[in-house]
Design a protein. Structure first.
Length: 369
């Protein structure tokens, strides 16, 4: 279902735009919202609620067009369905995007209007912070809707939790591929030193890993050197850096026809969503000899963390659950190898099996080829 304000022809036109988008994947609901007073231009995509209400963060980004924003929210919401299902959570997948530069256009009035927009969805979608929004922003949204998670005073900033999941995944990958149960001396190339990237570097540094870091911001790079003794690598060279592990922790679609042949790391495990530019690039990584930790499996720490925030946030239980990403990935890689599949395809099969079982449909075992 596609809904929006505007005339009937405008609504029909948007519906055609959504359904013709190559990333439309039987989404249950896509809602457009424009508010002239606050300047809010937002899209919420609810991909699937088979397992529970759709949970996903609100990204604010200066998209060049509404089509670009639509593609992003469609891809991200589908990823949230798969992330929640693979983590064994009773949640569905959704996402919101706000079109605008958060440094210039974000106001309390805009956030409150966004909260009212979310509230009209009656709990089918639960929002949270994401790129371009913060825990403090979600506290503003909470003033007008109950359908928001990751609040200050509860689970708060999900970055430490997301990074802990990626760290656990890197440990699992190093054991699986290199036969080592420690990270001392392991070289990790981290693309992006934002909130999650910084926490990941902290965990890796404490474990004795050597860090190569790339980021757009000079101040972030200076911080990486000062705090963790990182070696700075130019942004255009980080994907091809000489390293044991490549950790993409910025925006998605960085693994494509051009970059995959240049990757020298034997492992790719990072926090970014939608790292594969196209689904076929998972198999391309596999043929290139790279052990890939599917993004929605390894970066699930944030969504796992949220389920422990009520009635009183239990950080110890949350991080114990997040640490289970180690075992989830180990099992996934073994099953993928037995089936002769790329890890991302095996993960997709496992998720689709769980969704089918919940719907009461016939289930094909994930190992079946």
């Amino acid at each position: 279902m596609v809904t929006t304000s505007g005339t009937e022809p405008e609504r029909k036109g948007l519906a055609m735009t959504v359904m013709s988008n190559r990333d439309f994947a039987d989404h249950q609901e896509v809602v457009f919202f424009h508010d002239g007073d606050s300047g809010l231009r937002a899209i919420v995509a609810i991909h699937d609620t088979t397992l529970g209400p759709a949970l996903g963060g609100c990204r604010m980004w200066p998209y060049t067009s509404e089509d670009e924003a639509l593609t992003d929210v469609l891809r991200l919401s589908r990823g949230m369905t798969y992330k929640a299902a693979m983590a064994g959570l009773e949640l569905g997948g959704g996402k919101a995007v706000i079109i605008g530069d958060p440094r210039r256009h974000k106001t309390e009035a805009l956030l409150r209007r966004f909260g009212r927009f979310v509230d009209t969805l009656d709990g089918r979608y639960i929002t949270a912070e994401d790129v371009g929004t913060s825990v403090e922003d979600m506290d503003v949204v909470r003033q007008v809707t109950d359908h928001v998670a990751g609040l200050g005073g509860l689970s708060g900033d999900p970055s430490p939790a997301t990074a802990w999941g990626v760290f656990s995944g890197i440990r699992a990958a190093v054991l699986h591929r290199l036969g080592r149960d420690d990270l001392n001396g392991i070289t990790v190339a981290v693309q992006g030193f934002g909130h999650v990237g910084r926490w990941l570097c902290r965990y890796l540094h404490q474990a004795g890993a050597k860090l190569l870091v790339a980021d757009l911001r000079d101040e972030a790079l200076e911080q990486a050197v000062a705090e963790f003794g990182a070696e700075i690598v130019p942004l255009e060279q980080i994907l091809a850096a000489e390293a044991d592990v490549l950790a993409p922790c910025a925006l998605g679609a960085v693994l494509d026809d051009a970059t995959i042949p240049t990757i020298r790391a034997g492992i790719v495990a990072g926090a970014a969503n939608n790292q594969l530019a196209e689904p076929r690039h998972g198999e391309m990584l596999n043929r290139h000899g790279v052990l890939y930790a599917p993004d929605y499996v390894v970066n699930a720490g944030g969504i796992i963390n949220i389920i422990y925030e009520r009635p009183v946030y239990d950080r110890e239980a949350a991080f114990r659950h997040i640490g289970g990403i180690f075992d989830t990935l180990t099992d996934l890689w073994r099953r993928a190898e037995r089936a002769g599949l790329a890890p991302d395809l095996m993960a997709d099969r496992i998720v689709e099996e769980r969704l089918a079982a919940k719907r009461g449909l016939p289930v094909q075992l994930a190992e079946a080829s």
